[in-house]
Design a protein around this ligand. Structure first.
Ligand code: CA
Ligand code: CA
Length: 133
């Protein structure tokens, strides 16, 4: 699928976040980084149709609460500037307080972002900058 000089791949398979990231990198692409309203709208329209949630290239595994895109850039998406987080996310929900907190982000079918456990298996979206898909 093409959008703004990038090609997008929506997986059918489900993998944990780091494996999904690796799968994209092996295809000279990245887990999708949603840095514009236009891209958010484009991705949202697709995931709405698929009614599934997908990993995006956003994590705070490096430092809790410091959300970064996979290129290392901060998303500046906490505090007053929440961007597209679903209400009350990211909440870093600590599953039964077994230090299974939530450090990886998905985009849900309604377009909202949510932090979930990186070890969950989910579908994912790769983005490749290219002129042809
Ligand atoms: Ca977290
Ligand atoms: Ca959460």
């Amino acid at each position: 699928m093409m959008f703004n000089h990038s090609c997008y791949y929506f997986s059918q398979e489900r993998k944990w976040w780091f494996e999904a990231k690796k799968q994209c990198e092996e295809k000279q692409s990245n887990l999708v980084m949603i840095k514009s309203i236009e891209k958010q709208t484009f991705i949202k329209n697709i995931v709405q149709n698929y009614t599934k949630q997908y990993w995006i290239g956003l994590t705070d595994a490096g430092q809790e609460g410091d959300w970064k895109w996979v290129d290392g850039e901060s998303c500046n998406c906490t505090g007053n500037n929440r961007l597209h987080w679903y209400s009350r996310e990211p909440d870093n929900w600590d599953w039964h307080q077994h230090s299974m907190d939530e450090d990886c982000a998905v985009i849900k079918a309604n377009g909202g972002w949510s932090d979930i456990r990186c070890s969950d298996t989910e579908r994912w979206i790769c983005e490749k900058q290219t002129s042809v898909c």
